[in-house]
Design a protein around this ligand. Structure first.
Ligand SMILES: Nc1ncnc2c1ncn2[C@@H]1O[C@H](COP(=O)(O)OP(=O)(O)OP(=O)(O)O)[C@@H](O)[C@H]1O
Length: 522
């Protein structure tokens, strides 16, 4: 039985409690002192023996209770740790200060294999012995496990190894944790990060004519069973649109997998996309590995940055698009799958074709249906809509109180050219939200150039001019918003603002709501 003895802390109490146990000649297999409890594991303790022990313990000054527990805390922690390690797909080794393994997860045991484990597992082996690289072990130990990531060989397989020191203070290093990444899993990890399952057209924010037009066209094309090419500058939301098209197609509910063709060298991109056959290269998984095309059978594969595909992969992809068949790397039989290809690029593919950088026949196969995503600077007030969305999200993320844009900040956002588009806006807002803590984000907080504001005086939130206004309604709305934005900080409630503007409270409240200005203050 396992028991917890709770006590009020005083010098020597643990010693006295242990003396009571010793006097009873109990077979104690584990003791953990974790104030305000001492935990005991005594397998033979039960029934009357427990009652007697409880009486004796309660006579020790400071002991307050004795109760059975299902597990000792250290044991619970070890079980949790073992479960966490077992769930990690990459091999992980914990080593002591000399570089000798003290703990390894199942993935590490698998790599080293049965033969090596018959000698008692990995614990006790030196890193030099396992990797055949004595310099690596010496370097780690000499530098307190602060060494850059590098490649090591384990049982003939190459791994990228990350090393982190285990230390309770910088000068007291107890060892290190080594995480080994197999090259065949790098793409898998990228893909897992990108394999999200949320986000239809509702996740694509924007009410501007450019965006409503795009969403309507995308919704129509989504339903057509043919390759789709999405063109647009970087960060405009091409992947978001690709995913929404998948969700709006008959393949909804099937797998959507994405590959960034620019992120991987040719051989990795090839094995990620087409898979590889057993024994096809050093470091390959024993049974081979299916590629994204097989994994997404009946679903969609999104090829981002398709313009970066090498000529060899362009040819292999063309063949797949022509008849749905391909071979795994190193494989000798044909595979056939049913996958819709959605591709995207920020490059001018037609120009690349003209210059010989991209195969013309592949361009026509990918470009059966096409969408052009407008840059952010052509989406008008969507900029502010997106900015407000990102502000709310960033404030929640960093657990900061909500904040709003001043008129000056709104004008700066509208005037910025946004070369990095929505992704840039997202990071500008995130940075501003994390670097300030007041209720307002002002233009200087955004850290963007405001040079175009002078060129477009009617844009923005300060109502300083009207030359840039598109229509009477837009100009009035812009003026109203700017006015409310400017006065609200000084008259922070609809009643105070109505009094200041000598108008009705209801009208001001409606306008504040219309322009998304929160009314909770004042
Ligand atoms: N209309 C939008 N509404 C909400 N979020 C958006 C919108 N457009 C883009 N985003 C966000 O902006 C970021 C960039 O979008 P995404 O990755 O889809 O762009 P991309 O055009 O595929 O970029 P790249 O060309 O660099 O691959 C993402 O975080 C995405 O969620």
């Amino acid at each position: 039985m396992r028991i917890a003895i709770s006590f009020t802390d005083r010098v020597g109490i643990a010693h006295e409690v242990l003396a009571v146990l010793a006097a009873r000649r109990l077979n104690v297999v584990a003791v953990e002192v974790d104030p305000p409890d001492i935990f005991i594991d005594a397998p033979e303790l039960a029934g009357e023996a427990l009652d007697g022990l409880r009486q004796a313990l309660l006579e020790v000054e400071g002991v307050e209770g004795v109760a059975p527990v299902d597990m000792l805390p250290g044991m619970r922690r070890r079980l949790h740790l073992a479960a966490v390690l077992a769930a990690m797909p990459d091999p992980v080794l914990a080593v002591d200060a000399e570089g000798t393994v003290i703990l390894a997860n199942a993935a590490a045991d698998d790599i080293v294999g049965e033969a090596a484990l018959s000698g008692g597992g990995l614990a006790g082996r030196g890193i030099a012995e396992l990797t055949g690289d004595g310099d690596f072990q010496r370097e780690m130990v000499a530098n307190g496990f602060q060494v850059p990531a590098r490649e090591v060989m384990l049982r003939g397989q190459p791994f990228q190894v990350d090393v982190r020191p285990i230390a309770d203070q910088p000068s007291r290093v107890a060892g290190g944790v080594l995480t080994l990444h197999a090259p065949s899993r790098i793409g898998e990890r990228l893909q897992a990060l990108r394999n999200f399952d949320e986000g239809g057209f509702d996740a694509i924010l924007g009410d501007s004519p450019a965006m409503t037009g795009l969403k309507a066209r995308a919704a129509r094309l989504a339903a057509v069973e043919a390759p789709l090419l999405i063109l647009g500058e970087t960060g405009t939301g091409k992947e978001l649109i690709a995913h929404a098209c998948h969700r709006a197609s008959s393949r909804m509910g099937r797998t959507f997998l994405a590959l960034n063709c620019a992120a991987l060298p040719e051989n990795l991109a090839e094995s990620e996309l087409f898979g590889y056959a057993p024994g096809s290269f050093t470091g390959a998984q024993r049974g081979g590995k299916p590629g994204l095309l097989e994994l997404a059978h009946q679903g969609t594969v999104f090829l981002d940055e398709v313009g970066e595909l090498s000529p060899y992969l362009q040819a292999k992809l063309l063949r797949f698009l022509n008849d749905g068949s391909f071979r795994r790397v190193g494989g000798d039989h044909e595979m056939k799958v049913d996958v819709r290809i959605i591709s995207a690029t920020h490059r001018k593919l037609d120009q690349m074709v003209a210059e010989g950088g991209f195969r013309e026949d592949l361009y026509y196969r990918l470009n059966v249906l096409a969408l052009q995503v407008p840059p952010l600077r052509e989406r008008g007030d969507d900029i502010l809509l997106l900015a407000r969305h990102f502000i709310l999200r960033a404030c929640a993320q960093v657990q900061r109180r909500p904040c709003r844009l001043t008129a000056g900040a709104a004008a700066a956002l509208l005037a910025n050219p946004w070369r990095g588009n929505v992704r840039q806006l997202e990071s500008v807002i995130f940075r501003a939200v994390t670097m300030t803590d007041g209720p307002w984000l002002d233009a200087p907080d955004l850290e963007i150039a405001t040079s175009r504001m002078a060129a477009e005086p009617g844009r923005g939130g300060d109502g300083a001019g009207d030359e840039g206004a598109g229509s009477w309604e837009e100009a009035v709305a812009e003026f109203e918003r700017a006015l409310l934005d400017r006065l609200f900080p000084r008259f922070p409630s609809s009643r105070k603002l109505a009094a200041r503007l000598k108008t009705s409270h209801t009208m001001v409240a409606n306008k504040l709501r219309k322009y998304g200005i929160p009314q909770g203050r004042g």
